[in-house]
Design a protein around this ligand. Structure first.
Ligand code: SAM
Length: 227
């Protein structure tokens, strides 16, 4: 990917925006619905599942690819409605320009405050920013293969571009690095259910669940670190 990829705003089938990267022939979300996909994969099968198993505990989340900020926004909204404390670390190597981020229709589609969504994009990089009493965001500009974890997490939202588009982000050393960065009973969740990914997750020590994917996607994967 070039240093400043050309990004085009698109509308997905549930009416929510996403971005398209022509040089990769790839989109940030499913064309069947960006909000629908993020809610299904990361919120329902990631965050809410973890909370069911660990009620009333503060949670530390690590996201691969801050991108549009949609996963962070949906997580922030859950934190507010469920009254849970969230520390949300997100790495991104190609930050989306604010002018483009301001055009994303997520607050409107979700009937939520524009200011709250903008706060995520306006937050400084490289240091924690308190977005609300309950939600702290720490954005870091880094490339996943070079990134060294300095703390551990309860949940990893693995939202890289597809393995066919960026295979270097799905290689075994990265999966192993994610395993080591999780706390006991921590969860790695992603929209992909590729055979090689599943083999690598098992090899790293994860217990796997293959779950129904969001509309347009047959399956997705949730992996748990039991020890
Ligand atoms: C599938 S998109 C999802 C983004 C985001 N979670 C969202 O909902 O908009 C993948 C993201 O990974 C980022 N990315 C690509 N290469 C990366 C790298 N080497 N390290 C970290 N992030 C990367 C992209 O810029 C993009 O924001």
């Amino acid at each position: 990917m070039s240093d400043k990829p050309d990004l085009h705003l698109i509308v997905t089938e549930d009416g929510s925006h996403s971005l398209r990267v022509p040089e990769l022939d790839e989109t940030y979300h499913s064309s069947h619905g960006a909000i629908q996909e993020s809610n299904h994969v990361f919120i329902k099968h990631g965050l809410l599942h973890w909370l069911k198993e660990n009620p009333d505990k503060p949670i530390k989340i690590f996201e691969v690819g801050f991108g549009t900020g949609l996963n962070a926004f949906l997580t922030l909204l859950e934190a507010e409605s469920l009254k849970i404390n969230v520390f949300y670390k997100s790495i991104e190597f190609y930050p989306v320009e604010k002018e483009l981020a301001n055009q994303l229709n997520y607050p409107k589609q979700l009937n939520q405050s524009e200011a709250l969504f903008e706060a995520l994009h306006n937050a400084n990089w490289e240091k924690p920013a308190k977005i609300s009493e309950l939600f702290t965001l720490h954005k870091t500009k880094a490339s996943l293969p070079d990134f060294k974890f300095s703390e551990t997490y309860d949940l990893i939202y693995f939202d890289a571009f597809a393995p066919s588009k960026q295979p270097e982000l799905w290689e075994y050393p990265i999966i192993e690095k994610c395993y080591n960065a999780l706390n006991k009973n921590g969860i790695f969740v992603t929209y992909s259910a590729k055979g090689q990914l599943k083999r690598d997750l098992r090899k790293a020590g994860f217990e796997l669940e293959t779950l129904p994917g969001p509309p347009g996607k047959f399956e997705m994967v949730r992996a748990i670190k039991r020890r």
